[in-house]
Design a protein around this ligand. Structure first.
Ligand SMILES: NC(=O)C1=CN([C@@H]2O[C@H](COP(=O)(O)OP(=O)(O)OC[C@H]3O[C@@H](n4cnc5c(N)ncnc54)[C@H](OP(=O)(O)O)[C@@H]3O)[C@@H](O)[C@H]2O)C=CC1
Ligand SMILES: CC(C)=CCC[C@@H](C)[C@H]1CC=C2C3=C(CC[C@@]21C)[C@@]1(C)CC[C@H](O)C(C)(C)[C@@H]1CC3
Length: 684
């Protein structure tokens, strides 16, 4: 190829189709007819790229450096650079890693950018009016909570303002002064640079690049990225030439599916450039205030004789929130669960491969913890303990748990300051204090082998949920003077018990969920695990204590069938994905079709994950419906869970879509084109 810019054998940087990530590739050849270069990525993927999507390593480095220099001039960000002894080394290591050119540089623009809008438009397909209305409502909700990466503490964008105004009503109920963070103390650029070189235990070039701040600076400056998937289709040829020449080649054979641990996730480079969720700092702040206020609202509302929207509760005197005994019970419960978690009983399971190149092990003895907890509670009741205390002191127990979650969040934020970049969550490391505090910066905070995130997500709140439900059944019997709980109460109790026990039985499966793999541990999950789950997921049982709803046998049967259908979809789809992620070559999965991606992982494109994207959410939603139905239609309150859950899962789905698009580029777009429905069949 004499007159060509790049020659066969050249090592250059090639853009990964559909994304703005650059990888080191080797030029294999040039096709004069199509004017495309054939390049090979480090994982063996061969693609055809246009010249404009290729860059020499030198110009790539120059671009990266110049962007980094111009960004480093911005005041505030790098204020303390010269003060840290670790800094010089880090900086030079950044340079060498840039030169090492083995990783990706994310140049993704903001999600609100032109490109993303285009992408949404490209996915727009004719749908029925009902579905369109449904989608419109959902997308409004999602948009409201969508990101704004450039927002600072003082910025108000329109959507945040809307959220703020809408929700400010609920702030009237806010009962704890939440903003006790010393902003200047945790100033931003400092944290980003804190990592000592010695902490870098990464054995993977991709990960090392991830620490390269220059990379993220390129990102900020290079906001005009095309993410129009349709356009990209025309520009790239995604054939895996190695396998065969036709389009079927994109579906890998099972024996080729082994995950290559040497290939780090491309998103690794995007540490500080991952788009912000929830409207950035201001959205996080609003949520931090709104969520406890909302819990308080629900807790007060459910005790009203007529808990309708036109009959709002009054705020009780402040002293009623505080009860040292309730705090004592909460602390005992958490420590009791911690003790069970640390017992050397049960399996040790391996988590997914982390960006640091490590895999963590987890003691997955959740079911054991549940059985022991149930036995201890039963023994206590036998000894005369009155579980209805939980119902009568619900408010005090809620505020005590809230206090614990707040303290835990502050601890998590403070300790995250001394962690390396490869130990931080991509999404919670923006440098924006409130946002990071909310989202969680450290991915897997551990005290020795004690994994705080895993423990909090799976134990005190989850098992506490069942304990509270049982207490509600006893309170119902007491209040309604019944010999046994009502059928509605039994259904709610049994359904949710199945959900929790199933989660604990399949505890290992949580290791491949978003929370464990991607999200940091901060206020959102600490509050979610310790307050939100036990005190709002029990709302149906709490409601039934004083709002009986008799069920006829046919209705009862229909509800049971619905629950079973939902559970079947939920369990099967979660297990399928978990099994596939754990062992892609599992012969039991050999019938499934997959799409290979540049990271070495593949995406399931048939089976449950070929019906809709996130079939597990569908099952979960059907179950949520079965949990509300036993409460009848007299009030909206017991339906709150399914409404909240729909919003949560739709937002989670779009978060996951964005994350996967960053991770997998065009392979993800291909998956979305093949599996068109999101969560619900028929809904795009
Ligand atoms: N009760 C509750 O309050 C809540 C319950 N849940 C439930 O928890 C469970 C876990 O949910 P969540 O963590 O949100 O998400 P998922 O378990 O669905 O995990 C999402 C990840 O799965 C992988 N993935 C996505 N599509 C595919 C595919 N086609 N093939 C293979 N892998 C794929 C991707 O990760 P990668 O490719 O990196 O492996 C993606 O990031 C769900 O059942 C959900 O309903 C969730 C939230 C709240
Ligand atoms: C509004 C707010 C604070 C949201 C935080 C979200 C959390 C409450 C949820 C995020 C993911 C969760 C999961 C479960 C509980 C709720 C949270 C923590 C889960 C443990 C419930 C039991 C299931 O079987 C599960 C293990 C699949 C599930 C995992 C996700």
């Amino acid at each position: 190829m004499p007159s060509l810019k790049y020659q066969a054998g050249d090592k250059v940087m090639g853009r990964w189709p559909g994304s703005s990530l650059y990888y080191e590739v080797k030029v294999l050849g040039y096709d004069a007819k199509s004017r495309l270069y054939t390049v090979i990525y480090k994982d063996g993927t061969e693609l055809e790229l246009k010249e404009q999507d290729i860059m020499s390593v030198t110009s790539f480095q120059q671009r990266t450096r110049s962007r980094s220099r111009s960004n480093s001039r911005s005041p505030g960000r790098r204020r303390s650079r010269s003060r840290s002894p670790a800094r010089t080394t880090r900086r030079s290591s950044s340079r060498t890693t840039a030169a090492a050119a083995a990783a990706a540089v994310a140049t993704d623009s903001t999600p609100s950018s032109r490109g993303d809008k285009k992408l949404k438009q490209a996915a727009e397909i004719k749908i029925s009016p009902i579905v369109r209305l449904f989608r419109k409502t959902l997308s409004k909700v999602t948009r409201t909570f969508s990101s704004s990466p450039e927002m600072s503490v003082l910025d108000f964008d329109q959507s945040s303002l809307r959220v703020f105004l809408t929700l400010s009503f609920f702030l009237l109920f806010s009962f704890v002064p939440l903003i006790s963070i010393d902003l200047p103390l945790f100033s931003d650029g400092q944290q980003q640079q804190e990592k000592k070189p010695a902490e870098n235990n990464s054995n993977n070039k991709h990960e090392k690049k991830e620490e390269n701040n220059m990379a993220s600076k390129v990102n900020e400056a290079d906001a005009k990225v095309e993410v129009d998937s349709e356009k990209n289709l025309g520009r790239y040829n995604l054939r895996r030439r190695k396998e065969d020449g036709d389009s079927k080649a994109a579906e890998a054979k099972p024996e080729e599916r082994e995950e290559r641990s040497s290939a780090a996730p491309p998103a690794a480079a995007a540490a500080s450039s991952t788009p912000l969720d929830f409207g950035g700092n201001i959205g996080a702040l609003v949520l931090m205030l709104f969520l406890p206020a909302w819990v308080l609202f629900l807790v007060l509302q459910v005790n009203q004789k007529d808990p309708s929207l036109t009959n709002l509760p009054t705020l009780p005197p402040l002293e009623t929130f505080w009860d040292p005994q309730a705090l004592g019970f909460v602390i005992i419960w958490i420590f009791f669960q911690a003790l069970l978690y640390t017992l050397p009983v049960g399996k040790l399971s391996e988590g997914v491969l982390l960006r640091s190149g490590r895999r963590l092990t987890y003691r997955t003895n959740g079911f054991f913890a549940f059985v022991v907890s149930a036995a201890v509670v039963a023994a206590a009741v036998y000894q005369g303990a009155d579980l209805t205390y939980i119902h009568s002191h619900f408010l005090q127990l809620t505020s005590a748990s809230f206090l614990v979650s707040m303290l835990l969040s502050v601890y998590l934020y403070v300790r995250s300051r001394s962690t390396g970049l490869d130990e931080r969550a991509l999404g919670g490391n923006s440098g924006k204090v409130i946002y990071d505090f909310f989202k969680g910066r450290e991915l897997n905070p551990r005290i020795k082998e004690f994994d705080l995130k895993f423990f909090c997500e799976m134990r005190p709140g989850l098992i506490g949920w069942c304990l509270i439900n049982v207490a509600m059944a006893l309170a119902e019997m007491k209040q309604q003077k019944l010999d046994a709980p009502s059928y509605s109460m039994i259904l709610v109790n049994v359904f949710q018990l199945i959900y929790v026990v199933d989660g604990l039985w399949n505890e290992e499966a949580i290791l491949t969920t978003m929370d464990l793999m991607d999200d940091g541990f901060g206020y959102m999950l600490a509050f979610g695990d310790l307050v939100w789950v036990p005190f709002t997921y029990t709302l149906q049982a709490n409601y039934l204590v004083s709002h009986p709803n008799p069920l006829s046998l046919p209705v009862l049967t229909a509800i049971v069938v619905l629950k079973l259908v939902g559970f079947y979809i939920f369990r099967k789809s979660n297990s399928e994905k978990n099994a596939f992620r754990r062992n892609p070559a599992d012969p039991r999965l050999s019938h499934l079709k997959t799409i290979p991606t540049a990271t070495g992982k593949s995406l399931l494109v048939s089976g449950w994950w070929g019906v809709v994207r996130h079939p597990n959410y569908l099952g979960d939603l059907i179950m949520a419906l079965a949990w509300s139905l036993p409460c009848g239609f007299s009030h909206l309150l017991p339906w709150y869970y399914i409404i909240y859950f729909l919003i949560l899962l739709v937002h989670r789905d779009s978060r996951d879509m964005n994350a996967c698009r960053r991770k997998y580029g065009s392979a993800w777009d291909k998956y979305c084109r093949t599996v068109r429905y999101r969560i619900i069949p028929g809904v795009y």
